[in-house]
Structure formats: structure tokens, C-alpha cells
Write a protein that binds this ligand. Structure first.
Ligand SMILES: C[S@@+](CC[C@H](N)C(=O)[O-])C[C@H]1O[C@@H](n2cnc3c(N)ncnc32)[C@H](O)[C@@H]1O
Length: 270
């Protein structure tokens, strides 16, 4: 079939199955084109070197499962270090799953609020029963953590009656949802020192997750977009007011630091 034939076939399929439009809108290449053509950010965000943020970076994390769906070790260590630098940190996390990220942040003394989909919504979405049950595994009995069962794209965040020093956006990774979470996050910042961190701005250390990136960009008020950066060695995008030195992204640059990694496993018993 020629290109024109394929075009009309695709249009016909979308008209008879409108949900297919979501596949197009979520497509990485489509979002990459939009980032390049509408936002002129095809090279990604400027990169802030971790050692410019933390010249003697050292932290450890616990708990960590090395199971699917949580953040990388380095991501949680950096998140924890950011929280630790903020006195009486009020922390909001959108998307928590087993609670590995929030428990590590709570360990710094931060007051934490987590917004995560209610069980009933996850059941209605047909998600795996064990996946649903494992939500809040580590965080459910932690006195520093308040759990709000809500869909972040529907929640009226003003009902929390709170502003935050640090917000971690790691819920749904669909473009529209990241955009909605980002718009809400900017409304919830406590002051000019407050920080937003988004997980999964990158897929891995060498490729941008374009649909998430587009949600971040379009959910950030235009005058603030020049304060978005990527933290080196992590999957994070960051909004903050502090002007760290930055450089252009180069996925294949020579390493400029080495990490020491110690690992210890402890069985979890009931
Ligand atoms: C990637 S996991 C979070 C991982 C966690 N932050 C960590 O680093 O260990 C994403 C979580 O977002 C939740 N989620 C997805 N869509 C959501 C929504 N619209 N509102 C609230 N939570 C959502 C899922 O239930 C899941 O627990």
C-alpha cells in the first residue's frame, strides 16, 4: 500500500476507533517533533552536574527493592539529598507505589504527603491484583507520611491546604497527565526556593522520554521554562531558582565522576 493509501487507512481506523488517537499522541516520535518544532528543545534540557549541586555527594538509601517501577538508586539518593538540605521540608509526592521514594525522603525528617490512585480506580483499570496490593508496602505505617488516595489529574489540590518545598512528580507518565501534574505542582510551591523534580524525563541514561518531556514543558509556565534543567547521572528534570552552572546534554560524553556502590540485602519478615 502506498503512503496515501496508508494515510486514509489510518484516518479510517482512528474515526472508527477514536481511542487509537491516544496511541498517536503518546508516540515518542510525534512528541519529539513537537518538542523540536514548537519548543525548540530538541537537544533536551541543560544539564546541571550533580557535583555542582553537591560537591561532596554521599548518601545511602533504604529501603530499595531493585524491583520494577521504582526509581534508580542514584535518583533516590539525589532526591533524599535535596530534601535533607531543606529545613523542615514539606514534601509532596505524586505517584508512590511501594513507597521506596517517599520513605527515603521521610528518613531525612521531611513531612511527606503522597497522592496515589485509590485501589478502586486501579481495580477498575484492570491492573494486576498483586501490583495493587503492594501499593504503600513500605510507607503505610510511617508517621511522617500522609497518604491521599486520589487520581492526581482529578484531585482539587487546594483541599490539601498546604504548600510544599519539594514536589516529586512520578505518577502517570502520559503526556496529558504529566502536564496536569506539572500545572498543579507549580501552584503548590511554597516560595521562590521551592523545587520540583520530575522522574522519567529520560527513559535511561541515553534517551529522552519525549512524551514526559513535553508534559513537563507544557505544564511549566512559559516564563519559568528557562529554569528547567536535567540533573546529571539521574533520570530527573528539575525546576528551581538556583542558578547552577550547566552544559548541553551529551549522552556519550566521557564519564567525569565515579560512584562507590555498597549493597546489602536483608530479608523482610512479617
Ligand atoms: C512509577 S510508580 C512510582 C514510583 C515511586 N515514586 C518510586 O520511586 O518508588 C507510579 C505510581 O503512580 C501511580 N499513579 C498512576 N497514575 C496516577 C494518577 N493519575 N494519580 C495518582 N497516582 C497515579 C501508580 O499507582 C504508581 O503507584
Amino acid at each position: 500500500m502506498g503512503k496515501v493509501g496508508k494515510f486514509f487507512k489510518a484516518i479510517g481506523l482512528i474515526i472508527s476507533n477514536p481511542y487509537l488517537l491516544n496511541n498517536v499522541l503518546e508516540d515518542s516520535e510525534v512528541n519529539k517533533e513537537i518538542i523540536i518544532n514548537e519548543h525548540n528543545l530538541g537537544n533536551g534540557l541543560p544539564v546541571v552536574d550533580l557535583l555542582h549541586m553537591f560537591p561532596s555527594f554521599e548518601d545511602s538509601i533504604n529501603p530499595f527493592t531493585f524491583l520494577d517501577g521504582t526509581s534508580q538508586v542514584i535518583d533516590l539518593a539525589v532526591l533524599k539529598s535535596i530534601a535533607a538540605k531543606i529545613e523542615n521540608c514539606d514534601y509532596l509526592e505524586i505517584g508512590s507505589w511501594r513507597g521506596e521514594s517517599v520513605v527515603n525522603v521521610a528518613d531525612t525528617g521531611a513531612n511527606c504527603v503522597v497522592v496515589n490512585l485509590p485501589k478502586a480506580d486501579m481495580i477498575a483499570m484492570g491492573l494486576n491484583k498483586d501490583y495493587i496490593e503492594n501499593h504503600h508496602f513500605f510507607s503505610k505505617n510511617n508517621p511522617k507520611i500522609k497518604i491521599v488516595d486520589a487520581d492526581s489529574t482529578k484531585l482539587d489540590f487546594s483541599s490539601l491546604n498546604q504548600k510544599f518545598d519539594l514536589i516529586f512528580v512520578d505518577g502517570s507518565h502520559h503526556y496529558e497527565d504529566v502536564k496536569s501534574d506539572s500545572i498543579n505542582a507549580f501552584e503548590l510551591l511554597k516560595d521562590e526556593n521551592s523545587i520540583i523534580i520530575w522522574h522519567d524525563y529520560l527513559n535511561n541514561s541515553a534517551s529522552v522520554r519525549w512524551e514526559v518531556f513535553r508534559g513537563i514543558i507544557e505544564g511549566t509556565p512559559e516564563p519559568k521554562r528557562n529554569k528547567l534543567t536535567h540533573i546529571s547521572n539521574t533520570l530527573f528534570a528539575m525546576y528551581n531558582n538556583h542558578k547552577y552552572p550547566s552544559h548541553e546534554m551529551n549522552f556519550f560524553a566521557e564519564p567525569n565522576k565515579s560512584f562507590e556502590v555498597n549493597i546489602k540485602a536483608t530479608a523482610i519478615t512479617e
